[in-house]
Design a protein around this ligand. Structure first.
Ligand code: FES
Length: 155
């Protein structure tokens, strides 16, 4: 746990977002979080509980998922096949994690606002546009919002 951070229980967090907190055990084994240093890291249990899956949206408590608040921070959410990218200036992008080349889903890295699929080297900008092939179609993007330090991805 990061020093100085307030830890919210699952029920408290559900109240904060005004919704129902549902985190299945599957979440623990299928989320991968990464940051700008390119080293993949598993989420802590506290961080997993800060992610709520609901119909049509996923919410992230940024008070707990502190690494996402840093420019270059990113997160792969396998359950809904998307990536969250912190693109700087408190802005986030949410893009499909299914590469438009041949469909790799979990070989991503993010650095200097470029998303790279390690399967065959395709590179995308933070809008999902191809900046280097072999992919020749953009990644789908999804709406995001931030309110009360809760990031919502509509996916
Ligand atoms: S599947 Fe991503 S570059 Fe080929």
């Amino acid at each position: 746990m990061k020093k100085g951070k307030v830890q919210l229980g699952r029920r408290d967090f559900a109240k904060k977002i005004g919704g129902f907190a549902l985190v299945s055990p599957l979440v623990l084994s299928s989320l991968i979080s990464c940051s700008s240093d390119d080293d993949a890291a598993e989420l802590s249990e506290e961080e997993v509980e800060a992610i709520i899956f609901e119909d049509g949206r996923v919410t992230f408590d940024l008070d707990i998922l502190f690494s996402l608040t840093q420019e270059g921070g990113w997160l792969l959410v396998n359950q809904r096949n998307f990536l969250i990218l912190n693109t700087g200036n408190d802005q986030f992008a949410a893009l499909s994690s299914i590469c438009t080349h041949t469909g790799c889903r979990d070989a991503w890295s993010f650095s200097s606002n470029i998303l790279t699929c390690a399967c065959h080297g395709s590179r995308f900008d933070t809008n999902g546009n191809v900046v280097q092939g072999p992919a020749n179609a953009p990644l789908a993007s999804f709406e995001t919002s931030v309110e009360n330090n809760i990031l919502t991805v509509f996916r």
